[in-house]
Design a binder for this molecule. Sequence first.
Ligand code: AMP
Length: 565
Amino acid sequence: MSERVIGIDFGTTNALIAWLDSGSPVIVPNDRGARFTPSVVSYAPGGEVLVGESAKNRAIAAPGDTVRAVKRLLGSGSPVLAGGRPRRPEEIAAEIFRKLRADAERFLGFPVERAVVTVPARFSDAQRRSLREAAALAGIDALRLVNEPTAAALARAWLDRRKPDADTLVLVYDFGGGTFDVTVLRSRGAACEVLASAGDDRLGGLDIDAELYAEVAAAFKADYGLDAEADLFLSQQLWDLVERAKIELSSRDSTEVVLPFMRSAGALAHPSFKITRARLEALATPFVERTIRLTAEALRDAKATGAEVGALVLSGGSSRMPLVRERLGELVRRAPESRVNFEEIVAAGAAVEAAIVSGDAEGFAVRDVATRSYGVEIEGGACAVLVQRNESLPARKRRVFTTIADGQDTVEIHVVQGEERKARDNLSLGRFLLAGVRKARKGEPRILVEFAIDESDLLRVRAKDLDTGAEQRVVVSGSGSDDAAKLALLATRVGELAARTVLEAGLADEIEDAVAAARTAAADGDEAARSEARAVLETLTGELLAARDDGASIKSGLGLAGTVR
Ligand code: AMP
């Protein structure tokens, strides 16, 4: 297995690949030579799957086949209808990962099997697991998930790594297409520590587009009788035009949305609508104000003031809006860093983290924080917090609980995530039972609950009766997809290995069936189905490896699949 790890910024609108080449983060271009790939997937008739620019182009002609912003659907568990059938968000996102992987392998010339992938800081456990599964379906082991703003700060800190005395309070304001994140960090030479973060994973440029779209669509209907609601084709076109107009208004005071060559009242016309920056700003203000409030909250949590911020790092396309700079300037009183490219800084940070993970960035380190609080439900429905929001990661916290009834020999551990005092107002991550508790009067048994959160913000829970030693360990997962991710990755690796090995027809078919069955089990199966699929795959891998050792020729130089984490 290759030791080399790449960085992936899997954005709502665009995805980027980067890696650290001789000490500098380098953006890996796609097969068209572009530095980013639109996160759009289109299912063409005949089974062809288009990803990126060509999918985006096809979206206009075939909106029903095309999925945009799939990142917003990860972790939801709800299938999307695309290309005539329902598809899981993970499956759709995997198409994008597959393309990124192919582009990276073509450019870098080595197999890409492991990556650091960035995620919005506010991504929930289920969303993180879902993203990991999508990567796994494309044969990429997402070794670590780094919060996007942390990645941006890391990229900036990397520039200063040779200044060991620098001690700077850094504010990263990341306003992208679908999410907003703000993070406050202290950067000291090669060490970078996250102090606080806040954000909203449903706040981004798309929301501003939606406001502008509503306004423009209403005007086109009133002025030209064009009904975008009834015409998917028109509606897709308008979405694109509106976004372009918004971007244009970051550098101009007014612009026009023009629909070329539309037939209006029988005659050919170019329906148009003029929009000024002032009007756009009025529409965008509620969203921008929300980002400013969250920024103030993060500063408060970090016990810092705007005046103390020594470096302002902007990231995400939406932070190019003049309104954002103006409002941020009032809070932070500092011009944004100019050495970094807003759209590429997160990917560059992922590349730095990838180098850290693979041991190529010695001495350079980052400490992140938990982005939400985690706790368990206790008597009366309250939430007993074990890990507080903004606590340093990795975190390991323990608390001893007890029973609420005499003779109670089983306790339910209900794990929740969020800041509310009542458990039911938080996000439920799962429930499990600890049996074998010592039968005693209520309040006597001592039940230890331990939460461990790793650097990717993924939670593992252990419960143990300190008297009987009865114990339960679970990896908490809203969708149970952690196992699924591993199985999907194994299936992909085995499938790839088989494709590169010349096998007898019987074995090749058997492997193909097993890989398909494992994918189904990973997607829809229960635990039993998954463990059976895993066992079959493992046995077949043994035969596959034996076939290779027998001198079967290998079609390409890619290494052995290796173990699955
Ligand atoms: P990202 O998630 O960083 O790729 O950001 C993409 C978002 O930024 C999309 O909503 C774009 O419309 C928006 N965007 C890109 N450039 C600009 C610009 N110059 N002004 C305003 N919004 C922009």
